[in-house]
Design a protein around this ligand. Structure first.
Ligand code: NAP
Length: 494
């Protein structure tokens, strides 16, 4: 490959085959903030040889106008204006509604000179079925001259039945290796590092089981409220929006058995077994093992914040949860009896995503008569902010007394490597171009996650589980503290 002179000094690691990427919903927020910068950065780093990006959306944009917009989407990205112009020259616009077959008939003409195709569905989920059906009926699932792949954004379904239906529709026109279901958490470096940490170091794995681990806490906290997304969010809620996908991915990577190989099938095969081993929460148990809550008025980041029910676009009779906490058990040899506590919520005290593995205390308290709970060794994998890993240990306070205090051993991505991690979407899009599906969710994985979550949703309905309140800016509802407190454990500080 001849290197573009504007990219000198940047290595090409992969030679991708020439392809056309069709982005459905190209005028939307995700394309502007994530997809276009990710494609540009792949180009800038020399990963893309020959490509075309075709934007498919309803607005009456022209290719020229799309290119102007494209330049704006790259504001703040590294690289010269000339390099950006070179990238932008690959953009074309196909104006059509998703419902109009004429739009799909024009797809072929945009493929001129290219054999391989990717279709990225960055659209409202309500449009997925229409687009998949139209693509299929127009024969784009089959491409005898090259590859044809489809990338689907989250949310993938809203319960088990709708996820199954979507999978069935997809499988009518595309085979599983052609389908790439996005969970952008899997594109994050720190998330990928969970496997490296566990299986690339000999010291952790022997301890990674019920004999040594007391419990695990997985937290995805946001400080922001619902913002302008009430229309979407109120039909979803924390359990659907966060647990079924992101938190379950973190759970699977933390609890999975070592895969026999790092192939897509090897890794995903082990991950799905974790979800299949989750002990179901029946409706009778739902109020004991789950918490359902929403924020009330409070103070967030120093400012008064309204309660969820007073946010723009939220119906006054809404029962949607903005917070949920779960106590989960995996019925496996390795994890039998070890609780996994999961929590996620909006308008919490801090934005944080982390996995905290709490180890058992020593069998005998030699140094303090009653070893306090916080003296447990805790391994914290921080996904954001300040990506890194911290091990909380106990050390002697200098002096003549045998006094002990928890101290930290800290590894931070920023200071250890000194280079920024690529955006999740960069890695994920590159993998789809290369046909590498390890970081994408497989059909059975999605369905296993939905099966578990759908049972809780029906349990909440049947038991009329109340949506309790927590003040905006707080650490969450009292009920969640009581849930974990039953076992003399407590949530990590937010
Ligand atoms: N935004 C994020 O940060 C984010 C994060 C994670 C996942 N996602 C997922 O990514 C997907 C896209 O999100 P988004 O925020 O970009 O959505 P968005 O801003 O609402 O954009 C929707 C896009 O779809 C187009 N569209 C809608 N109905 C159409 C129709 N009938 N015919 C033709 N075009 C139509 C719109 O075109 P016009 O504007 O021309 O009407 C627009 O380009 C969603 O599934 C979302 O859940 C988004």
């Amino acid at each position: 490959m001849k290197l573009n002179p504007l990219m000198q000094g940047i290595e090409t690691h992969h030679d991708t085959k020439p392809f056309v990427l069709f982005i459905f919903g190209v005028t939307g927020d995700l394309t502007r903030r994530k997809l276009m910068p990710a494609m540009y950065n792949l180009y800038r780093k020399g990963f893309l040889t020959r490509f075309r990006i075709v934007g498919f959306a309803r607005r009456p944009w022209s290719t020229e106008y799309f290119r102007e917009q494209g330049m704006q989407m790259l504001e703040g990205q590294p690289g010269s204006a000339d390099l950006k112009q070179q990238f932008i020259a690959s953009l074309e616009y196909l104006q059509s509604t998703f419902e109009d077959p004429a739009g799909y008939e024009r797809i072929e003409s945009f493929c001129d000179g290219f054999r391989h195709r990717l279709f990225y569905l960055s659209t409202p989920p309500a449009s997925y079925q229409e687009i998949i059906t139209q693509l299929g009926k127009h024969g784009y699932g089959d491409n005898p001259r090259g590859f044809s792949r489809i990338i689907i954004e989250k949310p993938f379904g809203r319960d088990l039945a709708s996820a199954r239906e979507l999978n069935q529709l997809l499988s009518r026109y595309f085979s599983e290796p052609q389908i790439f279901r996005i969970d952008h958490y899997l594109g994050k470096e720190t998330v990928q590092n969970i496997m490296m940490l566990r299986f690339g170091n000999a010291i952790f794995e022997p301890l990674w089981n019920r004999h040594h681990i007391d419990h695990v806490q997985i937290t995805v906290g946001e400080s922001l409220g619902v913002g302008t997304r009430a229309n979407y969010y109120d039909k979803s809620g924390a359990l659907r929006d966060m647990v079924q996908n992101h938190l379950f991915q973190l759970l699977s990577l933390t609890a999975m058995e070592p895969p026999s190989s790092l192939t897509a099938e090897g890794v995903r095969g082990e991950k799905v077994k974790v979800l299949q081993a989750l002990r179901p929460i029946t409706y009778k148990d739902v109020n004991q093992y789950t918490v359902r809550a929403r924020y009330t008025a409070g103070f967030s980041e120093g400012e008064a914040a309204p309660g969820y029910l007073d946010e723009d676009g939220v119906p006054p009779d809404s029962t949607t949860e903005t917070y949920t906490a779960l106590e989960l058990y995996l019925d496996t040899w390795r994890w039998s009896g070890v609780p996994f506590f999961l929590r996620t919520g909006k308008r919490l005290a801090r934005k944080v995503t982390e996995i905290a593995v709490h180890f058992k205390t020593p069998p005998l308290s030699l140094f303090t008569p009653d070893l306090p709970e916080q003296a447990q060794n805790v391994l914290v994998i921080r996904i954001q902010p300040g990506e890194g890993i911290t091990l909380h240990m106990n050390a002697k306070i200098p002096g003549h007394e045998n006094a002990m205090r928890p101290v930290n051993m800290d590894f931070s991505y920023g200071s250890s490597f000194g280079i920024p991690a690529p955006e999740a979407y960069e890695r994920l899009i590159l993998d789809a171009i290369l046909g590498e599906a390890t970081l994408y969710t497989r059909r059975d994985e999605i369905e296993a996650g939905w099966k578990f979550v759908t049972r809780i949703l029906s349990g909440w309905e049947k038991m009329e589980t109340p949506v309790v309140g927590y003040p905006a800016g707080s650490t969450g509802p009292e009920l969640a503290k009581l849930m974990i407190g039953r076992h003399n454990r407590r949530w990590r500080k937010l």
